[in-house]
Design a protein around this ligand. Sequence first.
Ligand code: IMP
Ligand code: MG
Length: 171
Amino acid sequence: MPEFIPLISEEEIKTQVQRIGEAITKDYENSDLVLIGILKGSFIFLSDLTRKISIDHEIDLIGASSYEGTSSTGKIVFTKKPDLELEGRDILLVEDIVDTGNTLLKIVEFIQQLNPRSIKICSLIDKHERRKTEIDVSYSCFTLEKGFIVGYGLDYNEKYRNLPAIYDLKL
Ligand code: IMP
Ligand code: MG
């Protein structure tokens, strides 16, 4: 049986989501903000975060799977592209956890081709252990040195996304 070690409580998550929601509200006051959630892991974080941002903004979703082939750069396949017009707008990508940064780097390259005014990254967790890219995470609720975590949207083989708090998973 896998073991779930409590790491971040519901209360701590709530406090941090409130904090970055307020920061985004302030920083994007005179902007044309579009939050783009990256499927599927960000769906719970996105739904809490949008309610803590008190300026007008729009929401879209993007789905991407990366395949690490023989080439070191890897390839990305989009399972869902944004529906909104993004040209000239201020894009904030919302991710569950940034690990190597490979997926996000490809998504940023894709969005850049659509000529937005700005692109920034917001991630619930910024995990440093395996970072391979120069991705700049502008807003994060928590940083993690290493480990594999589940809950609050984060899965292991598609399970445990429903746990309301975050746990370190020991298999
Ligand atoms: P990256 O391209 O290596 O940054 O991949 C990030 C993606 O890997 C995240 O969006 C998650 O879906 C998954 N991931 C990385 N670390 C964890 C973890 O600790 N728990 C659950 N999913 C993770
Ligand atoms: Mg993910």
